[in-house]
Design a protein around this ligand. Structure first.
Ligand code: FE
Length: 216
């Protein structure tokens, strides 16, 4: 499938029907700008507004829709709150179900077979590869997305963010933190780029690529 899409893209761009750069911009927009930013605003609002947070955890679909984020792949949203005691991690073991209205398009690793299987079998190892090391006292719960239900993780509000407004808070919320493979950024780390999508893409975790350890 992937090969066919790429072949088609190549043919169309050679013939001048599509501009690969424009295509990249379009995908990048959904992947790293529009999508995750919506989710980040939801999270930031929940951090500052206890009533909204309560609503969000009780009826995620309605609370999220109240901010204008609804539609395909977001019809049945369930929001999972990360705490010191429990850490939630989202996967789609079957394919790549993902909450588009709040997170945009899924990253490549989310759709990869290694992530889909390993997130369930050995979530702590997967989290460690993302750079997230949780204490043993924190329970890890893995949620399998379906065609029916899509999950959004409500990450913990970072320490030192007490004085920040909603907009500044939203800037701390990464895509990965809303899937549960990361945490929200600390305020001091702000300004490292939009939603750290590049950073997490580069770390390519679940590929579990033995190639990275087999060199020399
Ligand atoms: Fe799926």
């Amino acid at each position: 499938m992937d090969l066919r899409v790429r072949a088609l893209e190549t043919v169309l761009s050679r013939k001048g029907y599509i501009d690969p750069a424009a295509l990249d911009t379009l995908i990048d927009t959904y992947q790293t700008r529009i999508g995750p930013r919506n989710g980040a605003r939801v999270v930031a609002k929940a951090w500052v507004d206890p009533a909204f947070k309560a609503w969000l955890l009780k009826d995620g679909t309605a609370a999220i829709a109240s901010l204008g984020y609804s539609g395909r792949q977001g019809e049945h949203m369930v929001v999972l709150e990360n705490t010191e005691a429990v850490h939630h991690l989202v996967v789609c073991t079957l394919c790549s179900c993902y909450p588009w209205p709040v997170l945009g398009l899924p990253p490549t690793w989310y759709k990869s077979a290694p992530y889909r299987s390993r997130a369930v079998r050995e979530p702590r190892s997967v989290l460690a590869e993302f750079g997230l090391h949780l204490p043993d006292s924190t329970e890890v719960r893995v949620w399998d997305s379906t065609a029916e239900v899509r999950y959004l993780v409500l990450p913990r509000r970072p320490a030192g963010s007490e004085g920040l407004g909603e907009e500044a808070l939203a800037a701390l919320v990464t895509r990965d933190s809303m899937i549960g493979v990361g945490e929200a950024r600390a305020p001091s780390a702000e300004g490292q780029g939009p939603l750290s999508a590049q950073a997490s893409a580069a770390s390519a975790p679940a590929s579990a690529a033995p190639s990275s350890t087999s060199s020399r």
